[in-house]
Design a protein around this ligand. Structure first.
Ligand SMILES: *Cc1c(COP(=O)(O)O)cnc(C)c1O
Length: 457
């Protein structure tokens, strides 16, 4: 037995917690293309978004300020679980026999068990401040629904959630947790909205998708004056709120005396990955470090590696503004893989733009490789990861094993953005040998891309 005492956990004090969010837009060589109005095809203005979002968030969405102050009322709530710990994965490294050093920033310590409260809390805060009575939203696996329900409970807002059908059926405990926080949950497609009734009539839509659930939540917000909508990923202001993760990680890696050579994160809509990597990308752009920044996406929903960079709708029914992003097409219905949070047809416009600029890379990972990595992680590090970050862990392991071959100095930083306590049926399926990797045919990708909206260049 090895009794060496090793530094394993890097903890910041409360007064070291960042008090600003970092906006990367002013530091990029060019700004991302603007969202377009779906009817007029010209850039959307604040007035177009006002029925859906409070003005403070709209201003953050288009802000070119490098730093945006976190309100005291939000910092107060953040302190319940922030600063979050950074761990060095010594025992995983040892099991892999790798000279690479692997660090993971653990966001599963939040009340919802993921990074999502970093943005649900400020979103609910600004809505409350501007007089919103109720928030609507979609949720996949249920993490975002849980995070928003928690934030709404804190600030006294009503909350109504449309959950993707496949996840609603497979993960009842998330629904129960959302209800415990006082929100209501509907299986999407539902018969409560016009789009839900329309799309639900097609049996191919039975399992639902994030795109359909977004359409339902947006419809209800757009048609009720006291109701607004909250999105858990994709938009600039959401990515902005998550940058507290990377800012903390930077301080913690400095405590460890290390500089990352690889930053890997899973990408659904891109928010935890952006939150972890953007503060480091600033360092990279200014020449102080040069990590490879790599997005890990599911092989069955690979918007960066198999999608096109084009204007598309954020939802299935075509109600949202058109966003220039990597997309598989708003009609694409991903297979019901376990990482429900990664089953989104598009990627954040900001991430897509940065990817196009060549400032980051992406790799697709099949889910059985992810769960093999997750099992090895759980048995060495003692945390059962959510299915989404298993993609990042799998990629971290790929890189750590490469380092073993090449002997190259490798310091990997990843975000363990949530725990998997509500996803144990997926582990059960994997451990019984019943999990499969669905191959998506080129025809299926091509068919969904054929309905991209026509936008003049
Ligand atoms: C929602 C979620 C994701 C996917 O969303 P991103 O915006 O890409 O971060 C990933 N992991 C967890 C744990 C989630 O809850």
């Amino acid at each position: 037995m090895d009794d060496t005492v090793r530094q394993h956990k890097y903890v910041l004090s409360e007064d070291q917690m960042p008090t600003v969010w970092y906006n990367i837009i002013p530091d990029l060589p060019s700004p991302p293309p603007p969202p377009l109005h779906p009817g007029r095809l010209d850039p959307v203005g604040p007035d177009d978004l006002a029925p859906l979002f409070p003005m403070e968030l709209i201003m953050q969405e288009v802000s070119t300020d490098r730093y945006i102050e976190i309100p005291g009322g939000v910092l107060d709530v953040y302190r319940q679980w922030r600063p979050s710990p950074l761990f060095r994965a010594h025992r995983l490294e040892q099991a892999l026999g790798t000279p690479a050093r692997i660090y993971y920033k653990y966001e599963g310590v939040s009340p919802a068990g993921s990074h999502k409260p970093n943005t649900s809390v400020p979103q609910a805060y600004y809505n409350k401040k501007e007089g919103t009575r109720k928030l609507t939203t979609e949720t996949g696996a249920g993490q975002w629904g849980t995070a928003l329900a928690y934030a709404c409970a804190i600030y006294g807002l009503e909350c109504e959630v449309w959950q993707v059908g496949a996840s609603y059926d497979a993960k009842p405990y998330r629904r129960m947790m959302i209800e415990a926080f006082g929100a209501s949950v509907h299986r999407s497609p539902s018969d409560l909205t016009e789009v839900g009734r329309m799309l639900g009539a097609d049996p191919r839509n039975f399992t639902g998708s994030l795109g359909i659930a977004i359409s339902e939540a947006v419809e209800v917000a757009a048609t009720n004056a006291d109701t607004r909508y909250a999105l858990g990923s994709v938009l600039n202001h959401v990515l902005l709120h998550q940058t507290i993760i990377g800012q903390e990680a930077m301080l913690q890696l400095a405590m460890a005396g290390d500089t990352p050579t690889h930053i890997v994160g899973c990408t659904g809509g891109g928010s935890n990955f952006a939150g972890l990597s953007f503060p480091f990308l600033k360092e990279k752009l200014e020449g102080r470090m040069s990590p490879r920044i790599i997005a890990a996406e599911p092989a069955s929903c690979p918007s960066l590696t198999k999608g096109v960079y084009a204007y598309d709708f954020g939802d299935t029914a075509g109600m949202t503004p058109l966003m220039k992003m990597h997309t598989l097409g708003h009609d694409f219905i991903p297979d019901p893989i376990h990482a429900g949070g990664l089953r989104y047809h598009g990627m954040a416009p900001l991430i897509s733009h940065i990817y196009e600029l060549g400032l980051m890379e992406a790799e697709a990972v099949p889910q059985t490789e992810c769960f093999a990595a997750a099992i090895q992680f759980a048995r060495t590090e003692g945390i059962v990861p959510a299915p989404e970050p298993t993609h990042a862990i799998a990629l971290a392991i790929r890189e750590a094993l490469k380092a073993k071959e090449t002997g190259e100095e490798t310091v990997i930083l990843t975000a363990l953005c949530g725990h998997g306590h509500f996803d144990l049926s997926a582990y059960d399926q994997y451990l019984r040998g019943e999990m499969v990797d669905e191959a998506v045919s080129d025809e299926r990708f091509a068919s969904a891309l054929s309905t991209l909206p026509k936008v003049p260049a």
